[in-house]
Design a protein around this ligand. Structure first.
Ligand code: PLP
Ligand code: SF4
Length: 325
């Protein structure tokens, strides 16, 4: 079994274990069972090792710790805040925007982010067997306006390289598709995932490879992550980052500037800063758009233009992500 699969298997899946691993007291304010029952704990150990022990406010911990606040029902926070169901063109295929379509390749992730807008997504309906991709691939084949296929999820890199190669080959066989984009947290969560086989199917074919990672805080990017990103870069992938603006995690100019500095240092361009999608259970992560704009404006004064991400939100029914600044 490849190391990354062993690290998936070895991930922390229990609240008590998470508290013990970080020397946190067994205190209900530091984690709630009911929230963990609704959306389970899943924290891979390479990510855990970057958290500071005995620090309940650690910005990495806050992304994965189930809390009582998740059970609060807040008006406007719903199960499908981004209109994914309406955009489904075939099982596992979403198309909202011109020129590109998104395949939810799997429902499995390498971490469970408490703020995730897909926490209520009906992943039971995601295709599992290879033949189950046929309807989605047929739609892509029939629509010559689609030049880019985005593998998303869940996290597509939780699939084996054998399955991903089959999928990538089938996509590359569609002549009008030019680019293959991967949306993944794996290089950050389990950097050992980036190895020879992955680089071979991702960068060895006809399609232009783009990898969009997801890091929210500079502390997530240690040297191991930097080395994984370097492999992707040397193999020829364009590397971008998307982050979510999260209260108490990265809602300050300092945190966002440090994140951009660190990303650029390892060879990743900041792409999007997302306003939180209003998913039920995530209201306590929300910051105001006013605060988000103020952070971006101050970043623009301090950083090179390419280091400032586009601040966006997803509005159901719109033809692109809406710019907030
Ligand atoms: C965000 C998203 C995309 C990608 O949009 P870009 O602006 O090109 O990054 C594509 N499809 C769906 C359904 C999305 O939500
Ligand atoms: S889809 Fe992305 S944001 Fe959501 S839980 Fe998985 S890794 Fe986290």
């Amino acid at each position: 079994m490849p190391i990354w699969q062993a690290e998936m298997r070895d991930a922390i899946r229990d609240l008590g274990e998470l508290r013990r691993a970080l020397d946190l007291p067994n205190d209900p304010s530091l984690g709630a069972r009911a929230a963990a029952d609704q959306f389970s704990v899943f924290v891979p150990r390479p990510f855990l090792r970057r958290m500071r022990p005995a620090s309940p406010r650690d910005p990495l911990l806050l992304q994965v710790l189930p809390t009582r606040q998740e059970e609060e029902l807040r008006a406007g926070f719903v199960a499908d805040p981004v209109g994914d169901e309406a955009a489904q063109k075939a099982p596992g295929l979403l198309q909202k925007y011109a020129g590109r379509a998104l395949l939810t390749a799997t429902g499995v992730c390498a971490v469970h982010c408490r703020y995730c807008f897909r926490r209520h997504y009906p992943y039971g309906e995601v295709p599992r067997r290879e033949e189950a991709w046929n309807p989605a691939l047929d739609v892509l084949q029939a629509d010559a306006s689609i030049h880019e296929v985005i593998l998303s999820g869940g996290d597509p890199l939780t699939l084996t390289d054998r399955r991903l190669r089959v999928l990538a080959d089938r996509i590359a066989a569609i002549p009008h598709v030019r680019r293959l984009r991967i949306h993944t947290r794996l290089p950050v969560m389990i950097p050992s995932r980036v190895a020879g086989e992955l680089l071979a199917w991702l960068t060895g074919g006809r399609l232009t490879p783009i990898v969009v990672i997801h890091a929210n805080h500079a502390q997530e990017i240690d040297n191991e992550v930097g080395a994984a990103i370097d492999l992707l870069r040397r193999a020829g992938a364009t590397l971008l980052n998307q982050a979510v603006l999260l209260r108490d995690v990265n809602d300050s100019v300092e945190a966002q500037c440090s994140l951009s500095e660190r990303l650029v240092e390892v060879g990743v361009t900041p792409y999007y800063l997302h306003q939180l999608d209003r998913v039920q259970g995530a209201a306590h992560f929300e910051t105001t758009e006013r605060q988000g704009r103020s952070i971006i404006e101050q970043m623009q004064r301090r950083l090179s233009g390419y280091m400032v991400p586009r601040y966006v939100r997803e509005t159901p029914g719109e033809s692109q992500k809406s710019a907030l600044l």
